[in-house]
Design a protein around this ligand. Structure first.
Ligand SMILES: *Cc1c(COP(=O)(O)O)cnc(C)c1O
Length: 374
């Protein structure tokens, strides 16, 4: 093992030194090796159980010449999304996953000591990236029943006027979503000192709920500045390729993001695959239909075990048991099941499980039953 030079620590940014590590979970390969299991249910990262679609597989096969850098502007994809969502293509931004855009947004807007507001339980990067820039992260915790606490959010926005406000709806990890009225209340509370970062990573999944609001339209009509984040990692099955996008309220926001991001942040294959995925109606329809049905089934099966998952519009369920989540997750690993134990203070008895294939969901449920009955 190479030595670590003690002086390295003193060179690291004072904001980076105390950061927690991102809880990314085990990869399939690691799990198989470490636990000597052959059959694995990978239910920790909200990936699409249908895997790579035929349309995307074709793009991968025909990758062509990779000696050339990719188009730094994602022009073709930009055009397609501009049309699809009826927005000025110059308001679109692209990233190596939407997490890349979150990181760039922090570097564009934040200076040490700035306030940022987000929700707990949280998508970890809404906290980690601002902290890495020296920002002070304020929290509007969800209610005991795992609903967004709108009053608390409004109060924090008005009292602290944070520079950035990160909110994921549908929430990751909880799955619950803001209503139109709630979004409007939040927008009304925003002063011109705050940029809203609305993370809609589960946008496609949420479309199957008749009551899910048209977030893009509500934001557009508000006249407030925002970045609406989306990803192709979840419903579109492209997590392994890394591509996400954002719709900004104005081209100037996109312009600043473009100055700070790495110029070739979206690779050549990801750009082509995204276009193929977005044009593949069959794969997404199959995905959404399955998710709706399987989430309902799994939710009822958990109810039979005395477990009440939160209402979810995403491709996952979040629930509490009597056991420390870390321990339960560890036991599930031995059965070849990967889930995500929650680590945030106050939520250490919560787990998030992704909706997998029929096989994976049954594998998870039977392992859980075995463990809980032991
Ligand atoms: C999965 C997820 C992302 C990250 O998506 P990538 O595009 O893969 O980086 C961002 N936000 C939320 C809330 C997510 O759940």
């Amino acid at each position: 093992m190479p030595n670590t030079n003690a002086s390295i620590h003193s060179l690291v940014s004072q904001y980076v030194q105390p950061l927690a590590s991102y809880n990314a979970g085990l990869s399939l390969e690691e799990l198989k090796k470490r636990y000597n299991v052959t059959k694995v249910a990978k239910l920790a990262s909200n990936e699409n159980p249908f895997g790579t679609s035929a349309a995307v597989a074709k793009v991968l096969n025909d990758a062509g010449n990779l000696a050339y850098y990719p188009d730094p502007n994602c022009s073709e994809l930009r055009q397609l999304l501009g049309q699809k969502f009826n927005v000025d293509p110059q308001t679109l931004v692209f990233g190596n996953g939407s997490e890349d855009i979150i990181s760039v947004l922090c570097r564009v807007f934040l200076e040490a000591g700035d306030n940022v507001l987000t929700i707990v339980p949280s998508f970890g990067l809404h906290i980690l990236y601002p902290q890495s820039c020296g920002a002070n992260v304020l929290i509007a915790e969800m209610s005991d029943t795992l609903e967004f606490d709108i009053e608390k959010i409004v109060q924090q926005l008005q009292t602290h006027q944070p520079k950035l406000f990160f909110i994921a709806s549908p929430s990751n990890p909880v799955g619950t979503a803001l209503s139109q009225a709630e979004i409007e209340t939040i927008l009304d509370a925003l002063t011109d000192q705050t940029l809203l970062i609305f993370d809609e990573a589960y946008y496609e999944y949420a479309q199957t709920d008749a009551n899910y609001p048209n977030v893009q339209q509500i934001l557009e009509q508000s006249g407030k500045p925002y970045v609406l984040l989306r990803t192709l990692s979840k419903a579109y099955s492209l997590a392994g390729l890394r591509i996400g996008y954002g719709i900004c309220s104005e081209p100037s926001i996109a312009g600043y993001i473009d100055k700070v991001r790495t110029p070739f942040n979206v690779n050549r294959i990801a750009q082509k695959a995204a276009i193929a995925a977005l044009n593949d109606a069959t794969h997404i329809e199959k995905t959404l239909t399955w998710n709706d049905q399987a989430r309902q089934t799994l939710s009822e099966q958990l109810n039979e075990l005395g477990i009440q998952p939160a209402k979810s519009l995403g491709n996952f369920l979040f629930f509490k048991t009597d056991y420390p989540a870390i321990e339960l997750a560890q036991k599930l690993l031995k059965h070849g099941v990967i889930v995500k134990p929650w680590l945030e203070a106050g939520y250490e008895h919560y787990l998030r499980v992704s909706i997998g294939s029929q096989d994976e969901n049954e594998h998870f449920l039977s392992a859980l039953k075995t463990i809980l009955n032991a």
